[in-house]
Design a protein around this ligand. Structure first.
Ligand code: SOE
Length: 380
């Protein structure tokens, strides 16, 4: 008999749909001891919540997340609302004995992040942060290759996350889509929104970032507020962010994120160079992993493309037949499948709040270093 995990999800935007899609698919493709029940969707707008519940098979709709906390029939609270709400909801839910999953970044800043980790430790409840991009099968394969020593000692790590959806000065500030441009709701711009993914994967593959020096830029200084179009508001988030880093293991790296790379839609790329070889990945061609093996015979040595769609590669046996590539949405299915697998055997496959805090500390250091225009230690 499968154990049921009753979920209440807070938020119904882009990530609310992504998570709902994952919850509806995981049980069909992964055989696990635990099963998801999409119990309650919580949205500010009640009628929108009803409609969302019908479309995505949630049993009930609620408008006040606090009413979820006393319910015996809720096991997991899933937070996919703007960043300024993550800490309060997570701390209250953990104190009420719920497991908690939250979208990234963990919080508005490291101070809130620490409060969330303390609440996690005190409650003893399982948490997850949705660093879904670890779960591209090609990225998980890269992790396995690095951990196996295939690259040997690491010298360099390069991470970029390029998008272009805020180039227009007409794009407003605030509201359901553009809350990411409002520092009061997002905490930071591309650093917390995009670089957080790159930094998380970099530290998962290559260990902690010890120190860094960063620059950030805000290209469009004022925007109309979406909720008050006549008001021109100052933009206080970073539109672009770049940094040089030193990893604790002695390797060095560079990172860049922007929403002003015209033509780049979701170009999350990384390359890692070691003494025996190198690996490179691009989320816009997610079923490919580039690999250079220096130990190959020199006369036929060169970069090769690993096609990541074979049953022997991470997650692939759960889907279709070789040749059927996976993409962005599947990373969320893999994340919740790993969360349920952890419930089954007590292992830790998924990143938790302490992993989220680690990345939050680097993000905060990037913003501080850019302000002070100096190298800074991350505290990791
Ligand atoms: C921003 O556009 C965004 O949606 C991020 O918020 C997500 O975390 C990223 O996965 C895709 O891009």
């Amino acid at each position: 008999m499968k154990k049921i995990v009753n979920i209440a999800m807070i938020g119904s935007g882009f990530m609310g749909r992504m998570h709902s899609n994952a919850f509806s698919k995981v049980g069909r493709f992964f055989d696990l001891d635990h099963e998801i029940c999409t119990k309650v969707i919580c949205t500010r707008d009640g009628s929108k919540g009803q409609e969302f519940a019908k479309r995505w098979s949630w049993q009930e709709a609620e408008t006040d997340w606090r009413r979820l906390l006393d319910r015996e029939d809720i096991d997991l609270i899933d937070i996919c609302v703007p960043n300024h709400l993550h800490c309060d909801i997570a701390v209250a839910a953990l104190a009420a004995g719920k497991m908690v999953a939250t979208e990234k970044p963990l919080a508005m800043n490291s101070e809130q992040g620490r409060t969330m980790v303390e609440a996690e430790v005190k409650s003893g409840k399982k948490t997850m942060i949705w660093f879904n991009q670890r779960r591209f099968p090609a990225v998980t394969l890269a992790k396995q290759m690095v951990d196996s020593g295939a690259l040997g000692r690491i010298f360099h790590y390069r991470g970029t996350y390029l998008q272009d959806w805020t180039i227009s000065a007409e794009a407003p500030l605030g509201g359901n889509t553009f809350w990411r441009l409002d520092v009061k709701e997002a905490g930071s711009g591309v650093t917390g929104d995009l670089l957080a993914h790159s930094l998380d994967i970099a530290m998962w593959l290559n260990g902690p970032i010890a120190e860094l020096s960063a620059i950030t830029e805000t290209f469009i200084k004022e925007r109309n507020r979406q909720d008050d179009p006549d008001t021109l508001a100052k933009v206080e988030i970073d539109d672009a962010s770049q940094c040089m880093v030193r990893f604790a293991n002695g390797s060095i790296g560079t990172f860049e994120a922007t929403r002003y790379a015209c033509g780049r839609k979701n170009a999350h790329e990384f390359e890692i160079n070691g003494e025996f070889g190198s690996i490179a990945f691009d989320a816009e061609t997610p079923h490919e992993l580039q690999f250079y093996n220096h130990n190959d015979e020199s006369s036929t040595r060169g970069w090769k493309t690993i096609s990541v769609w074979d049953a022997k590669q991470p997650y692939m046996e759960h889907w279709w037949v070789p040749g059927m590539g996976l993409s962005y949405e599947h990373t969320f299915v893999h994340a919740i499948a790993d969360f349920l697998a952890d419930l089954g055997d007590g292992k830790k496959r998924v990143p938790d709040f302490s992993d989220g805090l680690r990345t939050q500390m680097v993000c905060d250091t990037i913003i501080a270093s850019a302000k002070k225009e100096q190298w800074m230690k991350t505290g990791l």
